[in-house]
Design a protein around this ligand. Structure first.
Ligand SMILES: NC(=O)c1ccc[n+]([C@@H]2O[C@H](COP(=O)([O-])OP(=O)(O)OC[C@H]3O[C@@H](n4cnc5c(N)ncnc54)[C@H](O)[C@@H]3O)[C@@H](O)[C@H]2O)c1
Length: 265
């Protein structure tokens, strides 16, 4: 139980098939109390995930927050601190990938939408938890980027690539600023994960290539050395490691968890 007594906030944890739920399950198995979060518009899904965690014996609550809205972020973190008394771990899992892999097709709205969630939302959440981590004598932040945060690939939306790179850069800055306060900040960079986001990507590829979704999936899998996307739990394992005392001397890194795809970047 390497997270016994710890309190973890996980953003974007409102889908039964999402990475956020998988992280919550793994952290709860390691003894952490869990605050699952999602937008108010996703409350039904959030409630379902909270019930699922509780059925597994977890001490879990659901808190509504749109991470792109700083007033909601402030209120959500205050709610978690009031309920659990401390915040030790933050996983910024919420992310979007709006836009196009063709530069000229991206609108101002695409750029703003990605920035609002992937960058501003991530670091507003970080800024909100840091005083609580300082009060607790330290903490660990894991930000979820993507291989699109350390390299580019054809067809991936430009605003997604740009904002995931920004996420990696500013996480390094946090590692420098807060290392002396025992607050660590790291990034996990998944390749492909079998979630709704990947299903949407397959659909977009199928449309662009004029093939079936199954053919698009096979095409994508052919680019992954292990030949398949990750299960969410396989990414969650790396996030639990970085959040835990097992990684107490690890900060400022970006860890690809990508079935070998990072070898080609
Ligand atoms: N699925 C993949 O292949 C893949 C690959 C690399 C990285 N990632 C990253 O993994 C993370 C999890 O994605 P996923 O695959 O579970 O996809 P997903 O789309 O199922 O989950 C993303 C979550 O973020 C939430 N979200 C979006 N905007 C939000 C906002 N403004 N406030 C709060 N929550 C918001 C969504 O409601 C959803 O629950 C994302 O950061 C994504 O970029 C996914």
């Amino acid at each position: 139980m390497i997270l016994e007594g710890k309190v973890a906030i996980i953003t974007g944890a409102n889908k039964m098939k999402g990475l956020g739920r998988a992280i919550a399950i793994k952290m709860a198995e390691q003894g952490a109390k869990i605050a699952l979060t999602g937008r108010a518009s996703s409350k039904a899904g959030l409630d379902e995930v909270v019930e699922d965690l509780r059925a597994r014996g977890a001490d879990a609550i659901g808190v509504c927050v749109d991470v792109s809205k700083s007033d909601e972020v402030e209120a959500a973190i205050a709610e978690v601190a009031a309920k659990f008394g401390r915040v030790d771990i933050l996983v910024n899992n919420a992310g979007i990938g709006a836009g196009s892999g063709i530069l000229l097709e991206n609108s101002e709205r695409d750029w703003d939408a990605n920035y609002a969630v992937n960058v501003k939302g991530t670091f507003t959440m970080c800024a909100g938890v840091i005083p609580h981590m300082e009060a607790a004598g330290g903490g660990s932040i894991v930000n979820v980027a993507s291989l699109a945060g350390i390299g580019a690939s054809v067809g991936m939306p430009y605003p997604y690539i740009a904002t995931k790179h920004a996420l990696v850069g500013a996480t390094k800055a946090m590692a420098l600023e807060f290392g002396s306060k025992n607050i660590r900040a790291n990034v996990v960079a998944p390749g492909a994960i079998a979630t709704d986001m990947l299903a949407e990507a397959y659909a977009a590829i199928a449309e662009a290539e004029g093939c079936t979704v199954e053919e698009a999936a096979a095409l994508e899998n052919s680019t992954i050395p292990v030949g398949r996307p990750a299960e969410p739990s396989e990414i969650a394992d790396a996030i639990v490691y970085l959040a835990s005392p097992a990684a107490q001397y690890v900060t400022g890194i970006t860890m690809p968890v990508a079935g070998g795809m990072s070898a080609g970047i």
